[in-house]
Ligand binder design. Structure first.
Ligand SMILES: [Zn+2]
Length: 129
């Protein structure tokens, strides 16, 4: 692995955006196996090339800025996915959004109609749990 370390010396290496691009590459490659979607294998190749370009880049500042932009864009999506997973796996609570401000709230399940106070905007409303 010495040659690899020498090759990567001074290079930017992997970050979240690089990993995301690799995942996109694999997804595109899988999709390109479907009928009429063969063109996607070329798109996949471009994505892979971009990912490698970033890993071997010496422009740390630019790559970091790109990754920060990516994280700013992906952050809400990642939070949303985590929230979906919590909602799906948590059998003890029921989740819903505050009708006033959109904040996620949870109540214990099976308590009938209860009054909920939003912890974000303070509005109170009735909800079935
Ligand atoms: Zn609220």
């Amino acid at each position: 692995m010495n040659w690899l370390r020498r090759m990567m010396y001074g290079r930017y290496g992997g970050d979240q955006l690089s990993w995301f691009l690799l995942i996109v590459y694999v997804v595109l490659l899988l999709l390109s196996g479907l009928p009429h979607l063969g063109i996607l294998s070329w798109v996949a190749l471009l994505v892979l090339a971009w990912s490698f370009f970033r890993m071997f880049s010496r422009r740390y500042d630019r790559r970091r800025a790109e990754n920060a932009r990516f994280l700013a864009l992906a952050g809400p999506a990642i939070r949303w996915l985590k929230m979906r997973r919590t909602i799906l796996t948590d059998r003890e609570h029921r989740y819903f959004r505050c009708p006033n401000c959109g904040q996620y709230l949870r109540v214990p399940r099976g308590k009938g109609r209860i009054t909920v106070n939003c912890r974000s905007c303070g509005v109170s409303f009735e909800e079935k749990s």
